[in-house]
Design a protein. Structure first.
Length: 142
């Protein structure tokens, strides 16, 4: 199977997952923030979100294994978004930043990596000045 992504989706089940308890606590916090958000503008809290936050918190601490299907569904959604969004973002970065920079360098005739072939060159070796770093600079590297 030829794939256009660098990961093989067949092995996604082997990826480490968050525990059901931490999943429940996370969603309890998210729904708590949603319920209390209107208080910033002196509004009324969203009671439905507060109830959902309480349910997630209670289930997370009492019987976290109940949240396993929701946790797996959440991870599946994240993996699906990863397959779609990552190539799009990387493509946008390439089109917005890398490609215009390369075109500008070509149009101005600059070759910062010295990749042009020079038939008159005896060698492509670049002399360093100074020839090497001081020998005491490599002590205690780790």
């Amino acid at each position: 199977m030829s794939s256009q992504i660098h990961e093989d989706p067949r092995y996604r089940d082997e990826m480490p997952t968050a525990s059901e308890r931490s999943f429940g606590i996370l969603f309890a916090i998210v729904f708590l923030v949603i319920s209390l958000w209107p208080l910033i503008n002196h509004g009324n809290p969203h009671w439905w979100a507060l109830v959902i936050a309480a349910i997630f918190a209670i289930v997370a601490f009492v019987r976290a294994e109940i949240l396993k299907p929701l946790n797996r569904a959440w991870l599946a959604l994240g993996n699906a978004l990863h397959i779609i969004v990552s190539p799009l973002i990387l493509g946008m970065i390439y089109v917005i930043a890398v490609m215009p920079t390369g075109l500008f360098l070509r149009l101005t005739g600059r070759d910062p990596l010295r990749l042009k072939f020079d038939t008159d060159a005896k060698s492509y070796w670049q002399q360093r000045d100074p020839p090497a770093p001081p020998s005491n600079s490599f002590k205690n590297q780790f």
